[in-house]
Design a protein around this ligand. Sequence first.
Ligand code: ASP
Length: 442
Amino acid sequence: MKKLALHWKIIIGMVLGILFGFAMNSIGADGRLFVSNWIAPFGTIFINLLKLIAVPLILASLIKGISDLKDISKIKSMGLRTILIYVGTTLIAIIIGLSIVNIIKPGAGMSQDTIENIKLKYENDAGVTDKLAKASAQNDAGPLQALVDIFPSNIFTALGEAKMLQVIFFALFVGICLLLIPEKKAKPLIKFFDSLNEVVMKMVDLIMLFAPYAVFALMANVIIAFDDTEILIKLLAYAGCVVLGLALMIGFYLILIKVYTKKSPLWFLKEISPAQLLAFSTSSSAATLPVTMERVEEHLGVDKEVSGFVLPVGATVNMDGTSLYQGIAAVFIMQVIWPEGLTFTNQLVIIATALLASIGSAAVPSAGMVMLVIVLESIGFPAELLPIGLALIFAVDRPLDMCRTVVNVTGDATVSMMVAKSLDKLHEPKPKEWDDNYEAVK
Ligand code: ASP
């Protein structure tokens, strides 16, 4: 019998997890407790395993990739193209978001009762106050702090704390120096990282065997958190705008794939889908990164030297879904509680700050909401209204976070295909399975 494709297994796991979550929700507090005590930990184990291999994977594949480029000028042109395309797609995402929210106006006409209800329920919610505290900590840093943060003073701390940009900087530095020393001296280290890269890629294959079960746990755990469907319905127009914008963004990527790389969009979707499904279930592009890298390299045919750079950088700085959401959320909040702020200039400021915010957002669940506070502050949004603003969108933030993370990951994969194509680094894919070598050693 033909083996069921991985994405189908994951989809089945997700659907069963959702159904199980609803069933446990209907039992009440006991059901929810059962999920958080006995089911959710398996999702956590899975995310831990993915995070465990993310740092060695970035290090190994980037060092190996850069040393394979054999030419420093290629690194420059790859870096430049990557950043330019990233900024371009993010700007398009924000403009799509702002257009939708200005045309549909989901915030206009929300009744005072609903606003009061939401305010009462969420204004002092730990989720909301926590985002505000994090945003103010981020705001207190100087303007160049983000730049300073790229340069580690201790590589072990950077590796240990999984500081992505610092690890990328170090790997680039090592890779470039490997090119600058005599080949004979460089070889042992390159071989070491090549071998490490193979091992970590195999780990991805093995961890993915567990994915269908893990997404079951992750989805069940998400569902038990939705207890107020009434408010969810009230926010449907806003959530619908975000989902529509995200869907348009996926369509835009597929056009880029077709027009620029001349590949079939459906084939692209099929091959990248396991990474998209994990992005959806984990809400974290950082946790999804190892799987994105494996899919892009082995299933889409992008050379390591491109994917090893473009994807880790993208996971941190390219968040099209997040910036689209920030544009929509900021304007929606203004439509509801600060209509006088809805000027054209403010919308231009939102474009600029949402672009920077998506670069600065961490690739973890709900980071986009923290940065939304900074976007709002940049247009002079009254501080006393901030908690109410966040409360307004808080109830639907998790499902939207899941959706925008899918777009973030798909955007990174699309750009890596484009950069690879432009550098002639897109080849026939050679997928590897976890058990390719198993017969010989079992
Ligand atoms: N969860 C998103 C990501 O990891 C970031 C966000 O929008 O909150 O890509």
